[in-house]
Design a protein around this ligand. Sequence first.
Ligand code: FEO
Length: 183
Amino acid sequence: MDTNRLSKNIQMALNEQVTKEAHASQIYLSYAAWADKQGCGGIANFLFRHANEERNHMMKIIEYILKRGGEVQITAIPAPPQNPKSINNCFEKIFEHEVENTKAVYKVAKMAHVEEDWATWNFMQWFVKEQIEEETLAMELIDKIKIAGGENADAASLYSLDRDLENMPDDVASAEDATVENP
Ligand code: FEO
């Protein structure tokens, strides 16, 4: 008896989203390592912590697929893009990436709507809400670097920004209750 409650298309889309969240984690890891090399340990710390959050997103989807009797397919993760050219560029690339991820989340939600798979549609609403927070977080980073001088930020402003981010909460509110151990 087939107990898989996910259609083939939805299962495939959810698995693709698993890879996208893993890819997001790799992107944050690579930017974090790059930022640390630039001497921005606070920014690196913030980005390393955010990489974990992306992994939690991945785990949340894996858990959902399994709960619905589906099959999880773990595939290769694409390499992260090239290193940013500056801290300003780093934050812009993060924002662009989050917007791309929002589009991917909307695609799965739309597919669930068309198929009248209300369980998956409901599940995806968590991600729709989460993406609002993620985009807001990325916008805040851009605002902060803009105040520090954008591409022309001097060492003193970057130092102060770096210290701010060291202490900035990494978890957006809606993700606070999701961890790798408890997705
Ligand atoms: Fe999993 Fe940054 O979205």
